[in-house]
Design a protein around this ligand. Sequence first.
Ligand SMILES: NC(=O)c1ccc[n+]([C@@H]2O[C@H](COP(=O)([O-])OP(=O)(O)OC[C@H]3O[C@@H](n4cnc5c(N)ncnc54)[C@H](O)[C@@H]3O)[C@@H](O)[C@H]2O)c1
Length: 225
Amino acid sequence: MTEDPTIVVIGLGYVGLPLAVALAKRFRTIGFDIDTGRIAELRHGVDRTREVEPARLRETTLQLTDEAEDARGADLYIVTVPTPVDRTNQPDLGAITAASRIVATLIDPAKRPTVVFESTVYPGVTEEHCGAEIERAGGLTRGRDFRLGYSPERINPGDREHTVERITKVIAGDDDEVVEQLAAVYGAVTSGGVFRAASIKAAERAKVIENAQLGSLKLNKEQTS
Ligand SMILES: NC(=O)c1ccc[n+]([C@@H]2O[C@H](COP(=O)([O-])OP(=O)(O)OC[C@H]3O[C@@H](n4cnc5c(N)ncnc54)[C@H](O)[C@@H]3O)[C@@H](O)[C@H]2O)c1
């Protein structure tokens, strides 16, 4: 990756928008969302999630788009799309699969971009599902044409203290070069520093454990209140 990378954030919700606005302070950043209405609102300075103040939206240099074509040939793609569970508690990988397919069409193999997933997933999804989908949809080879990374998002909506600009970012990637790229990019936007996980699966596991602990903490609070 170059010293002056172009970054694309895919999915501008609770997680993606604050991240994209923070990245735009330091890097050329494009925010892409398939929801045309969301992009129109953001262009008018309205964030219905209330994570980003209207003034910050007006001032940001973040380039907002609902046209995937505007995100072609970037150095770093960060995917922050929803990964809900369905009625039977099975993970719904529809949006992350669709986003992987979109990224696959935008990759310039000469740039060997990094594709980082921030969406919450069960261990193995980044490599075995998303990586494989990018390879298949783009006719690309992981390692040669693009590389993968994972960095779990750890924010709580509405929490103004542990924001994306203060939290310690857990990062992992296909090789040391990717990990150091991510350390440079995320390290530039957070004062909390970065934690280099041993592998992509280790970073995915860290998020699952954190969510399970937060879940049991919330349950304990409810039971004692
Ligand atoms: N919200 C949280 O508290 C929180 C905290 C930590 C992690 N996470 C994880 O982060 C991920 C994102 O969650 P969120 O709360 O920001 O979701 P969200 O629903 O607020 O926003 C997701 C955005 O992605 C867009 N999108 C969907 N499919 C797309 C596609 N194919 N291409 C481009 N854009 C697409 C949607 O239009 C939407 O604007 C999830 O995996 C979630 O589990 C969320």
